[in-house]
Design a protein around this ligand. Structure first.
Ligand SMILES: O=C(O)CCC(=O)C(=O)O
Length: 285
């Protein structure tokens, strides 16, 4: 399997990659056991937590918003297959005028995320009523863009509010590694920020110190730990703590990568004010 992130190759070897540990969702462990697992691993991988049909309906609703020619002829928006051609009139992803910008402000998107099971899970993990922050991100990558999320921790993007946060990452469609899956650096939530600070000097974006590194092989070797991955399917849910290092891989499949990330804080806590407005890709947060 040929993998890369932001155009930098990373060998798919057992030295650099290992499997995420799944938590069964047919009978979810009790809240205390879930909290313990989140504390121990820094993440919860919950295959089939959501209804795959609802997830695929959302995928279909989003890709239906694109101009003709963007999707491969003969395929459906639900499949979300890239034609290889980006229509000239399409603005940059997620800015005003792009379908993702309108979509995160739509009733369809609200209804999908207004799922009581997500709110209950967040409340169980935060041990109190939970509030979903309004800045909910829709990420969408197609093959050839060589763009992905650099290694980072969420805390570096939300350090002006309560650190008591849980993030939920929802693949909107199947998302194996080659489609641009999220990967987690094993046990990295137990590292102190000083331990990975030097990595920030190895970067393709020197103007932004928030990300840790764009080179995932270098990151794994420098911190002597593996990237944990899964063959995500529609319906799966990831939850993580804001101190775990994660990143994503480049999309190299015709099927496009679509995902949502959304965050919860305890209802009484003061969140980072940058997360109180709906997301726009150019909001700088
Ligand atoms: O989807 C991605 O590529 C990044 C998502 C992320 O960083 C997050 O959910 O915290």
């Amino acid at each position: 399997m040929n993998l890369s992130s932001n155009g930098v190759p990373i060998p798919f070897s057992s030295e650099l990659f290992g499997p995420l540990r799944a938590t069964g969702t047919a009978r979810l462990p009790d809240p205390a056991a879930l909290r313990e697992r989140l504390r121990a691993d820094g993440y919860l991988y919950l295959p089939g937590f959501l209804d795959p049909e609802e997830v695929l309906r959302l995928r279909s609703a989003y890709f239906s918003l694109f101009p003709r020619g963007y999707l491969l002829p003969g395929t459906t928006p639900r499949q979300g297959v890239f034609s290889g051609r980006v229509p000239r009139e399409l603005p940059e992803h997620g800015v005003a005028g792009h379908p993702a910008h309108a979509f995160v402000r739509s009733d369809t998107f609200d209804r999908f995320l207004d799922d009581p099971r997500l709110a209950k899970l967040a409340a169980d993990l935060l041990e109190g009523d939970a509030r979903m922050l309004p800045r909910r991100i829709l990420r969408h990558f197609h093959r050839g863009s060589r763009r992905a999320s650099r290694a980072h921790v969420d805390l570096d993007y939300m350090d002006e509010g309560s650190p008591r946060v849980v993030t939920m990452w929802i693949p909107v469609g199947d998302c194996p590694p080659r489609s641009g899956a999220l990967v987690y650096l094993e046990g990295s939530h137990t590292l102190s920020p000083e331990e990975y600070e030097p990595l920030r000097d190895t970067t393709d974006r020197p103007e932004d110190r928030r990300q840790i590194c764009h080179d995932l092989e270098f990151t794994a070797r420098a911190l002597d730990r593996r990237w944990l991955y899964a063959d995500f399917a529609a319906g799966d849910l990831m939850v993580h703590v804001p101190s775990v290092i994660h990143a994503s891989l480049d999309t190299t499949t015709d099927a496009m990568r679509l995902s949502i990330d959304t965050r919860f804080v305890r209802a009484g806590d003061t969140p980072d004010p940058r997360w109180l407005r709906p997301w726009s890709a150019d909001d700088g947060a």
